[in-house]
Design a protein around this ligand. Sequence first.
Ligand SMILES: Nc1ncnc2c1ncn2[C@@H]1O[C@H](COP(=O)(O)OP(=O)(O)O)[C@@H](O)[C@H]1O
Ligand SMILES: [Mg+2]
Length: 292
Amino acid sequence: MTAISTQALEKSYRGGIHALRGVDLHVERGEIFGLIGPNGAGKSTLVKVLLTIVRRTAGSASLLGQPVGHRPTLAKIGFLPEHHRMPRYLTGRQAVLYYARLLGMTKRERERRADEMIEIVGMAQAAHRKLGTYSKGMQQRIGLAQAFVNEPELVVLDEPTDGVDPVGRVEIREVLLRMRERGTAIFLNSHLLSELETVCDRVAIMLEGTIRRQGTPAELAGKTKWRLTYQGDPVGPHTSNDLSFEAEDEEAQRQLDLARQQGRVITHFAREAVSLEELFMAEVRDQKGDQP
Ligand SMILES: Nc1ncnc2c1ncn2[C@@H]1O[C@H](COP(=O)(O)OP(=O)(O)O)[C@@H](O)[C@H]1O
Ligand SMILES: [Mg+2]
């Protein structure tokens, strides 16, 4: 089942800024989908078009199988906006309850769900402290509790890890995995996906309002990187005894055999994942190369 689908989606802002230039995107239910792109790529615009905060200029889009703007469907979607601001004088628990009330949940329901979500995001200890005393990571975790409070089928998170320290990022990642286990589809975007790549089932790279690549992190990574390290002098064509190279499995084995035949002691031989960050940077470089 499709969680998000867009076809040739376009958005031009007044003043002639063409923020989305034909976006085709498909997010399945039950997956964590990551959209990566530099600032200004159009990520937030895409999210706002999907949630009807801004109106699309052309193309079509659907959420949970219904056209964008279908009100009963919006009630099944959780949302954490970019740079969200919640009143600093509220406690974490009060903030989650406040949003649950806006969503029209009954008192019983919102208290049960708020406490459950606060537990899941690991904020039970700090739930009665004011938001003003929270770190950025704690604020984002309360933001996640808010986004998930009405048991949505799809959650859209705009830059959930922005400004969060590395420990906080790991915690957010764990929350997302826990929520995926419950069957929630999660769409998130970031200008820095390195902390989230292990969590995403599929990713897309967005540049200047278009999707450049889309697939599983493994599909996008394409060729595998290998690392081979051995003791002693370099053998054959090797220029170092510590090599990192892109190769098919068979070629990598040949490099290993070569070092072994020369009696070298192998200290390290492994596949290394090409990080999304590297891929993303390569894509940005290609684009710069395209320009005259
Ligand atoms: N309300 C707006 N009015 C005019 N231009 C906008 C508006 N919001 C965003 N933009 C422009 O649209 C482009 C995409 O912005 P945005 O969607 O915020 O990108 P991202 O979230 O990837 O950083 C940028 O050039 C930005 O300046
Ligand atoms: Mg943005």
